[in-house]
Design a protein around this ligand. Structure first.
Ligand code: HEC
Length: 107
């Protein structure tokens, strides 16, 4: 009887560890969210705009799901995604535009 309880406990423990690991995986780590530098600046996105866009993205887009890496989608895909997702946040249209600039790398 004692042995069974011990195994049962181990099973739950292992399950919890696996669950924690899978949860961490589903959220994009900060590493795949590029930090804008002067080389990311384009004709339509200044360094300041990209940096603000990154902060707004991190603060407003992860309440329902993890943060998707900007590299996961093309610029055209992001534009249609943002037109769908932007209104689900409390952001103003100018803030949504900054997020768009960040995830599309100003393209
Ligand atoms: C109110 C909840 C909510 C907020 C806030 C939200 N999303 Fe989403 N997002 C969803 C849901 C739900 C889905 C699943 C697909 C759907 O419903 O369209 C999704 C899916 C996505 C996808 C996957 C789309 C695909 O077709 O693969 C991306 C990328 C995304 N969201 C980006 C964002 C960005 C960027 C923001 C911030 C501007 C954001 N989300 C804010 C709820 C939200």
């Amino acid at each position: 009887m004692k042995k069974m309880n011990y195994r049962y406990f181990l099973g739950i423990f292992a399950g919890l560890i696996l669950l924690t690991m899978s949860c961490k995986k589903s959220n994009t780590s900060g590493g795949s969210l590029y930090t804008p530098t002067t080389t990311d600046v384009t004709a339509t996105a200044t360094l300041g705009e990209l940096q603000q866009g990154r902060t707004l993205y991190i603060n407003n887009c992860n309440s329902c799901h993890g943060l998707y890496s900007p590299d996961n989608y093309t610029s055209a895909q992001w534009k249609s995604i943002i037109s769908n997702m932007g209104p689900r946040t409390g952001m103003s249209s100018s803030e949504i535009l900054l997020v768009t600039k960040y995830v599309t790398r100003g393209k």
